[in-house]
Design a protein around this ligand. Sequence first.
Ligand SMILES: [Zn+2]
Length: 617
Amino acid sequence: MRKRIYQCLAAGVILLGICHPSWASAEAVPMDIHQPETAMAAAAAKKKPIPAKDRARYEKLRQENQGRLAEKEKFIPTTAQSVIVTFGGISRKESVEDILDRLDSYGAKGTFFVTERELRQNKDIVREIIDRGHEIGIGLRTGTDGDYFETCAQIERFQKRCMKEFGIKPVIARQIFGFDKPGVNEACSALGIRYFGAQINGVLTQDKDESDVNTVFSHVFKKSMYSMGRGQILYIRLDFMNHPLITGQLLDMIKKYKIDNIAYRSFNDSPESNPDNDTAYHMTSIGEVLADKEHAWTYPVPDKDIPEELKPSAVAVKIDDHNFWDEFRKRYIGSPDVRTIARVKGFPESRMDKMDKTGVVKGITDNTIFFGFDDWGSDQSVNRLLYVLRKHHAPCNFFVMTWNVHSNPNLLRVIAENGHDIGGHTNGHRPMVPQRTVSGRWNMLDDKAFMEDVRQSYRILAETAGDVKVNGRPSLTRYFRPPTLAVSKRGAEALFNEGYSYIISGYESTEDYDALSLESVIGAIEHGIYDEQGNVRQGVVFVVHMSDHARYTAEAMDIILTANEKRPDGDPKKFKTGRLSDYLKDGYDQSRIPSGNEIIDSRSREHKIKTERLHEK
Ligand SMILES: [Zn+2]
């Protein structure tokens, strides 16, 4: 019982910064990979001045561009199962050949950013990269000059030479030397060039002399970074590390432990054994992802594409002291475990007695049950889960904690496109009632801060998945699951006034993020699905998790859903999963009198089960 108080602790730990995902941080370019200033100054001095005619043309383009800056893109909005690999520093042939061989062995393509000088001095290597099917991008040098005109000239010289030598015209760029300067972004925008960075930098300054790839790998990927993600860009500089083959070894490790690990593999189902298992991710180039229009989307979603009723600005029913209690009873699906002042705040005793504690959606008579996956995860945990649900045609509900969605919005987009309901779970995972955890007391947000948090959280959901419709129905909902399931009057008021429509806890919290075995997760879920007589608890809502800590959840769902599919129709044990949005609509009212085999609220689970039996008799 005590453990339940720590529900979603996994998410809380992340928030406390113990395992902060490193991909949320800015791309770090090693400082000492820049060429010495003197060499750069010499190179700059050698450069011919930009001809007046070109300068005038660049000026005209600048005016037409109206000051727009090409944003540095660290990922590409796509739902394709593609991880983007990019490289720079191609002058060391041994390292490039090694990478090309490895890419061939994976059947993968990459993007190689080449500088003007490399294009002149390493023509054979560039030709080989192109001949072996890879993409060339413009490697910009912006150390000393890097202003608008110089960048325009640099891009055009590069394109001209590439066209002459290889018959191609690269239209993507990244910075190889130097620092961000607005002139560079402006020049890219004016010339129609996409400007890229990377979310993961495979070469860190501290590792220059390192010869053990395991050490390098552990520096690049912090413990909490379980996998790479769809559309995320990896950048590896090939000529920085003293050991020429370590970058290739690193690429191998990344493929094995951060890309291949995303696929779903159980004892009887893997991409190798099952042609329908489509969970493997691939390495690819920027160009291939940009060309894949089918999986492309616009991030953030333009406001005009979001249906009126789902717009963050949509005005909700105003809640105040006069109508709060009625609205709350209609719109709150509680939990049998949320009944004490430790988890409920601001309700008088008499009201607490009448709060919903069933954890069940009422009026359901066809063995439909609801899984609600909480928090947030990596492509590893979420992709596996989505596959299992797809395989068993099991629509579900996802309650997303949003603070880190910005570093991987493609993943949220994919959940929505799989046809599941998307609901909120706060931005920062702060509960409405403060609770003691192993690491002390969580800070309680004041009312205003809580309101800000849930407002921001919904905005993130809307700008990432607000326009997704599956079979004509939006995936985004205005449902909310409270962190730790704790609920306060002021918090509920804030939620309703921010436009959230229902607050949904649930009957069974599986603690799957803390499970020690697959069997224990299966046991916990089955305990919630069936009553003592083995009948399905119709309308029951579950609290499960999509986080990487919940490492048995996907396989447990696979086993439970596989067994369920084998049951004949009409078997009382056969259930189906549902989206809450099929039921919580048209003024659905949780406070109406229970009927059928719905669970009657009572002081304890045992009592409740007995009561249920009595009602059935
Ligand atoms: Zn949670």
